[in-house]
Design a protein. Structure first.
Length: 215
């Protein structure tokens, strides 16, 4: 049995990652590929227990380094108990966020030195490496408007990061662009400012070009 593929979706608030992952799972299944969707923080029972205090409550609830450490603790449980076993079984895993979000949010956004985040990564998930990372990119104000509308519609309380200052969101968008420039073999920026169908087409094109699966 061949090892599965690990595809991560990254981007700022309101980029539409969850919707695009759901659509990609459906496309992959139509061509006979067994794919599962997951998310961070969370995705496994242990990681989900850590999720709620990270994504809800006061924006000042955690200092940036504590926040990064909690993210990596959740990621380790997620990787060991859910992602890695699925990949070994030959399944594709599509994750709504992974380590690049920690680099962008806690690093570029919140000011934790990138070297410290890399040290935490080497301790927590040294073997974890996505085959492909799709960064869904759109202007910050457009993304925040989408995220706010979704939270109102679904009555969500998980809006801690959305409520952070506009400059924070601009920094993390710049961070995702820096990640893409540093690792162009792994990362593809997808324009997420258009319609859901247009973004889906961009995602499918990236999967075909980078992973050789025609969708």
């Amino acid at each position: 049995m061949s090892k599965g593929r690990f595809v991560t979706f990254e981007g700022g608030e309101g980029a539409g990652k969850t919707t695009q992952i759901r659509r990609l799972v459906e496309r992959l299944e139509r061509v006979g590929i067994d794919a599962i969707a997951t998310r961070e923080p969370g995705g496994s029972p242990g990681a989900e227990a850590i999720r709620a205090p990270l994504v809800s409550g006061a924006t000042s609830r955690w200092d940036p380094t504590t926040e990064a450490m909690l993210m990596l603790a959740a990621r380790r449980d997620h990787w060991l108990t859910m992602i890695e076993p699925a990949l070994v079984q030959g399944r594709w895993v599509l994750s709504d966020r992974f380590h690049d979000s920690t680099v962008a949010y806690q690093g570029y956004g919140r000011g934790v030195p990138l070297a410290e985040i890399e040290t935490l990564r080497r301790i927590a998930v040294p073997a974890a490496a996505p085959d492909l990372t799709l960064i869904l990119d759109l202007p910050v104000e457009q993304g925040l408007a989408r995220a706010h509308a979704r939270a109102q519609r679904q009555k969500l309380a998980e809006d801690r990061f959305e409520r952070m200052e506009l400059d924070f969101h601009e920094r993390l968008r710049a961070g995702f662009h820096a990640i893409a420039r540093a690792e162009p073999q792994r990362c593809v920026i997808v324009d997420a400012s258009g319609t859901i169908d247009a973004v889906e087409a961009g995602v499918a094109a990236a999967i075909t070009a980078r992973l050789g699966v025609r969708l």
